[in-house]
Design a protein around this ligand. Structure first.
Ligand code: NAD
Ligand SMILES: O=C(O)C(=O)C[C@@H](O)[C@H](O)[C@H](O)COP(=O)(O)O
Ligand code: ZN
Length: 363
């Protein structure tokens, strides 16, 4: 098992990574004495609920199983969860367990942030995306029909326990969604990791033990280091280190909102967003054209989409991107690449280059 700590000044929490960790009841010893409620989705429940429920001796009435997928990441689900928590009289020293992918993690984390003004929660991520990204760092929230993740809170988990053995049952399309966020880390902060991904892509896609472990660990290391510097994306007026984790996401969120959160997976939208961010960075003369091509090639080779949804126009992007959370003083700020492995936050780019990228991708 690998263990990393997310260091947050006087606070910290561990991320445990390894195969078979959900079979290690001892790893949950720190929380088992608390009043517990577990929330998961139907797909995850079918595979992993019985084991976790058994090891925590959780009564069935303390488990809530939601429909799977992004369409559960809504305020309506929050209301349902609040009602359930209150009906079951969870006290303030209670603790929520999020068993599932990023949807369950974001939703349950947000419920933990607001229930009785904030209670503890634990992340048990079961998708590749959740193990490399969403379970770490405390961004929680839900979508609004007008914009992705528009309602939320920063609320850190007490513990992250990533059992890589759960990825065996994950459908290939969902695995690829996680690969997109892994490629993001290479592009934004580690050209060596990007080159490793170019070499090991097939092993990673096949869930080779060593490749998977390294990719999850390296991704979590990078995310933990960034979160430690800028926990609430508040440094430099929101243009500090944490914003870099948003590489490709302004385009991606526009795609997800345009398609009403029910056609494209987050990771698929991120894949296209990364291509668009690389394209724009090359048009600005920052990223070399060969390196922009390497980014797109790795994404395409993975089997991820590299084109925007049919029917989405440049004006659709402009309208949706103008609502992005990184907009400040009416100005759009994007995460762009100075070179492979070095992203920057910039509101100071030539708008004609952005127009050219949007026209190119929507032609
Ligand atoms: N908070 C953050 O920092 C952060 C970071 C990245 C993404 N996100 C969010 O994460 C969400 C996407 O998460 P996701 O890609 O994990 O999707 P998801 O949670 O919808 O899970 C994907 C699908 O896989 C199923 N599943 C989960 N684990 C499984 C397993 N082990 N075996 C079989 N099926 C399994 C789920 O039921 C679901 O159908 C988006 O809402 C995105 O915005 C948040
Ligand atoms: O943790 C972060 O910070 C990220 O930006 C990680 C992203 O991969 C993730 O999709 C996040 O939910 C995006 O957050 P948002 O603030 O752009 O909604
Ligand atoms: Zn993301």
């Amino acid at each position: 098992m690998d263990t990393l700590d997310v260091e947050l000044g006087t606070r910290r929490y561990p991320i445990h990574i390894g195969a078979g960790l959900l079979q290690r009841p001892d790893l949950l010893d720190a929380v088992r004495t608390r009043p517990l409620r577990l929330i998961t989705d139907q797909h995850v429940a079918a595979h992993y609920l019985a084991g976790v429920q058994g090891s925590l001796s959780l009564d069935s009435q303390h488990v809530l199983v939601l429909p799977p997928g992004e369409t559960s990441k809504t305020l309506a689900s929050v209301e349902q969860i609040m009602d359930w928590l209150l009906a079951s009289r969870l006290p303030r020293d209670g603790l929520l367990i999020a068993l599932g992918g990023g949807v369950i993690g974001d939703l349950v984390g947000f419920c933990a942030a607001i229930y009785q003004r904030g209670i503890d929660f634990v992340q048990l991520p079961t998708t590749l995306l959740a193990q490399v990204d969403s379970s770490v760092g405390g961004k929680t929230g839900v979508n609004h029909p007008r914009g992705k993740n528009m309602i939320g809170a920063f609320h850190q988990p007490r513990l992250v326990l990533a059992d890589t053995a759960t990825l065996v049952t994950l459908p290939v399309r969902e695995r690829l969604a996680g690969i997109a966020e892994i490629i993001k880390y290479g592009m934004l902060g580690d050209a060596g990791f990007f080159a490793w991904l170019e070499q090991k892509l097939e092993a990673l896609l096949a869930l080779d033990d060593a490749a998977l472990r390294y990719a999850v660990r390296r991704s979590c290391e990078m995310k933990a280091a960034i979160v430690a510097q800028d926990e609430r994306e508040s440094l430099a007026g929101g243009a500090g280190p944490r914003a870099l984790l948003n590489l490709g996401h302004t385009f991606a969120h526009a795609i997800e909102t345009f398609t009403h959160y029910n056609e494209w997976l987050h990771g698929e939208a991120v894949a296209v967003g990364l291509c668009m961010a690389a394209d724009l960075s090359a048009r600005l003369g920052w990223l070399s054209t060969p390196d922009a091509q390497r980014c797109r090639q790795l994404i395409e080779r993975s089997g991820l989409p590299v084109q925007v949804p049919a029917g989405m126009r440049a004006d659709d992007f402009r309208a949706l991107m103008s609502l992005d959370k990184k907009v400040a003083s009416g100005k759009l700020r994007l995460i762009l690449m100075r070179r492979l492995g070095e992203a920057v936050v910039s509101g100071d780019f030539d708008p004609a280059a952005l127009d050219a990228t949007l026209r190119h991708y929507t032609a």
